[in-house]
Design a protein around this ligand. Structure first.
Ligand code: PLP
Length: 369
């Protein structure tokens, strides 16, 4: 893995205090006293998996969710003893490893259980996954689900910890497809031959805008990171605090005459005398080439990114002379202005999740407690 460039001024600032507040406020908002499992996959949406995991547990989360067994193992290695659920499919050959580390695995098919039965393992916690309409992983057939339950019932090495599904449209104002999934899931899990500690279906959007009565666990991701899961399509029921900002500094400044070309391809040409600054961040840091033409904040003022974004550096047009060392904010507050993840996502024609997750390991994460 690339190690962070700590001697360069570009960094991500993570506000753990606000993460804790968001977790507490979501818990307060829940109507059915559900346990919250904080979703810290993908390095906690780029925030730092261990730090966020610890903060969420301190704020009242009952467990953590990750995407891969390796993410779960890394949390265990760092001393996290809380329940951890791997949401993706784990190769059945690693059942023993998961069980030994008290890591819960997602079971998406009967075949996975049958294959796992041939392995040597004991005390493996499993969550059965039902595909109610997301179409990604999980069982769609009630008979297969019943057979999976029979396998678990008759093999005491399995521990029936959970059964769950995932929504495709919980973040949309139109609830028709959501309701279709909800009733399909409820039908699928009616009168099963085993009982599960956790029955769950809520992601952030579901926990904010729907009532999951009859269920007792929430998988809380993006809302914990202060973001509206819908972008701007649905209003939040309460305020979420921002947790993530991206900053750098000017490292080079020059005054260029009219007609000066800048950057690869010489695509930019100054149409007046301009103050141009160079900022040490580029697409290798995850500030993608398509951010050309977007803005950054210097001294509370918006400055356009001019010319192509290169791998490690980009140029901005300043409103006047500023010296090297001046703070540059790419995401977050600076002076009286703010650039939000949502604004960056809209510029890049994507969602805030992707903007965060694109930011690379080269950027150090600095934590505010
Ligand atoms: C990522 C993920 C979540 C969290 O989703 P958010 O929208 O970030 O709350 C919940 N459940 C599953 C299965 C996921 O993959």
């Amino acid at each position: 893995m690339m190690s962070p460039s700590i001697h360069r001024p570009s960094h991500i600032e993570v506000n753990l205090r606000n993460i804790k507040e968001n977790v507490k406020n979501v818990i307060k908002h829940l109507k059915n006293n559900e346990d919250v499992f904080a979703v810290v996959k993908a390095n906690a949406y780029s925030h730092g998996m261990l730090e966020v995991g610890r903060a969420a547990l301190e704020a009242g989360a009952s467990g953590l969710c990750v995407a891969t067994l390796d993410e779960a193992l890394s949390l265990r290695e760092s001393g996290i003893v809380a329940p951890i659920l791997v949401l993706g499919i784990t190769d059945a050959r690693f059942a023993d490893l998961a069980a030994q580390q008290n890591i819960s695995l997602t079971v998406a098919s009967k075949g996975w259980l049958a294959f796992t039965q041939k392995q040597k393992f004991d005390g493996l916690k499993v969550h059965l996954k039902v595909d109610s309409g997301m179409g990604r992983i999980g069982m769609t057939d009630r008979n297969e689900l019943l057979e999976a339950c029979e396998i678990i019932k008759n093999d005491s090495r399995f521990i029936a910890e959970g059964i769950f599904t995932h929504f495709a449209t919980a973040d949309e104002p139109d609830t028709k497809y959501f309701e279709k999934q909800e009733s399909k899931f409820k039908e699928m899990i009616k009168d099963l031959p085993i009982t599960f500690k956790y029955k769950h279906m809520a992601n952030s959007a579901t926990s904010l805008w729907h009532n999951d009565q009859g269920f007792n666990m929430v998988r809380l991701g993006v809302a914990m990171y202060g973001l509206n899961p819908s972008g701007e399509a649905i209003e939040l029921p309460f305020e979420l605090k921002p947790t993530f900002s991206l900053h750098s500094e000017i490292v080079f400044v020059k005054k260029v005459p009219v007609g000066t070309n800048l950057g690869y391809g010489a695509t930019y040409e100054s149409d007046e005398e301009e103050w141009i600054a160079t900022v040490p961040i580029g697409y290798a840091d995850g500030w993608l080439r398509r951010m050309q033409g977007f803005e950054v904040l210097v001294d509370g003022k918006r400055c356009p990114i001019v010319g192509r974004v290169s791998m490690d550096q980009l140029m901005i047009k300043l409103p006047g002379p500023y010296i090297p060392g001046t703070k540059v904010t790419l995401l977050g507050k600076n002076g009286g202005d703010e650039i939000t993840l949502q604004e960056a996502a809209e510029f890049a024609d994507t969602i805030h999740y992707e903007i965060m997750c694109s930011l690379s390991e080269r950027l150090p994460r600095i934590y505010i407690n």
